[in-house]
Structure formats: structure tokens, C-alpha cells
Design a protein around this ligand. Structure first.
Ligand SMILES: [Zn+2]
Length: 99
């Protein structure tokens, strides 16, 4: 189980959070001009990358705020956290994970 550090509440068990998927996906500005394929790509297609990945998490059992996590999808190591008004805070190498 991951130990996720909510930027407002501190470290909590993964079970208190909901993952919102890949971060940094911008909504297209001119949606009327998009083809069905382009709209479908925006809605459904994700990179599903192996390695360092940025994703959104919500502390659903706590403060109910959204934040971003930079995580390695191979080792599950959380490398840092970011709020929507504060840039990425990088963590020490093994902090934030449990084995
Ligand atoms: Zn919280």
C-alpha cells in the first residue's frame, strides 16, 4: 500500500485517496472545431507510460482537495507532490512508500 502525503493533512494511507488519472491534460479551447476522433482522444486516450508519471489524486476521506503526484509506475516510488498553486515539492528517495 502506498503512503500518500496530502499537502494539507500529511501522510495518510492510500485507501483515503481517489486517483483521478493522468495529470496535465488540458481541455481543448475550440471544442466546436474538433473532430470526433480528436474529442475522443481528449476524453479517453492516456499515455499509460512506464516510469515517471504525473497523476491527480483527491483526498476523499479527508480534506477533499485535489493535488498532483509525480510517481514512478514501476517502483511505485512517489517522487513529489504539487498543488495547483504550488510547484512540485521533490521528496527524499524512499519517503512516501511502504513495503
Ligand atoms: Zn487532505
Amino acid at each position: 500500500m502506498l503512503l500518500i502525503e496530502c499537502p494539507w493533512c500529511g501522510p495518510r494511507a492510500e485507501s483515503e485517496f481517489s486517483c483521478g488519472g493522468e495529470a496535465d491534460i488540458a481541455r481543448p479551447l475550440d471544442t466546436e472545431k474538433l473532430t470526433d476522433r480528436e474529442w475522443g482522444d481528449y476524453l479517453f486516450m492516456r499515455t499509460n507510460s512506464r516510469g515517471v508519471h504525473r497523476e491527480q489524486w483527491m483526498h476523499t476521506q479527508g480534506c477533499r482537495r485535489w493535488f498532483k503526484v509525480q510517481r514512478d509506475t514501476v517502483s511505485y516510488e512517489i517522487q513529489g507532490y504539487e498543488t495547483f498553486d504550488r510547484p512540485l515539492a521533490v521528496m527524499d528517495s524512499n519517503e512516501g512508500t511502504t513495503k
